[in-house]
Ligand binder design. Sequence first.
Ligand code: PEP
Length: 249
Amino acid sequence: MRTAFVAGNWKMNGNTDSINELMDGLVNSINSSSVEVLVCPPSVYISQVKSLTESSKISVGAQNVSENANGAFTGEVSLSMLNDLGCEYVILGHSERRSLYAETDQLVAAKFIAAVESGVKPILCVGETLDERENGETLKVVSRQLNAVIDAAGIEKFADAVVAYEPVWAIGTGKTATPEQAQEVHAAIRAEIAKSDAATAEKTRILYGGSVNAANAAELFANADVDGGLVGGASLKVNDFIAICQAAD
Ligand code: PEP
């Protein structure tokens, strides 16, 4: 059985006060042991959030990381730094990283390998643009993004990995994939992983991301291959994020 998983991607939002307020609401309400809950603040606030989650069930992750170990990479954050701060997960290949920062499948794969080797669990994001969906290329694109990592890393590196299906046209737009659209792609992702190893496919959590909110979470999470959500905008609102976590329970 796969434990349900809900991850909040705060993107580049928040400040010391707003984070104290948000975390105060979350740590007091999120205590179910049947859903794994993760928050991914901007890296400069990871320490703050980590100290606020100490006596809670909420884990802390990062939104990105360098593929390099250390050295002259101005502005970058390394995996040893994430480990040092107690980060358990790192989001990789988010569509904003792919489109705004030109991250290629190969770079995402290099980051994935570095993360696994350092003991930080990757949340690998894949997803098609609206043009790609309208051209009937959804499964081709998602398979390409996934297989670039499987081929480079080897399926054994997926043991603790999480995959997030995030259609680009649904991210931050208020347009959500229908439960049928989500299930179709999630099942295809699981089948693609199964081509390398059936047991890994069965145990890999596949999250849906793209305008998940308190009203649509339950019907998305009810699908057989949807194991939870990667939540952007709604993860900044205490009551909405709590409701989404409850919908995964
Ligand atoms: C995201 O950034 O990963 C995301 C899914 O954003 P939103 O929920 O705001 O669409």
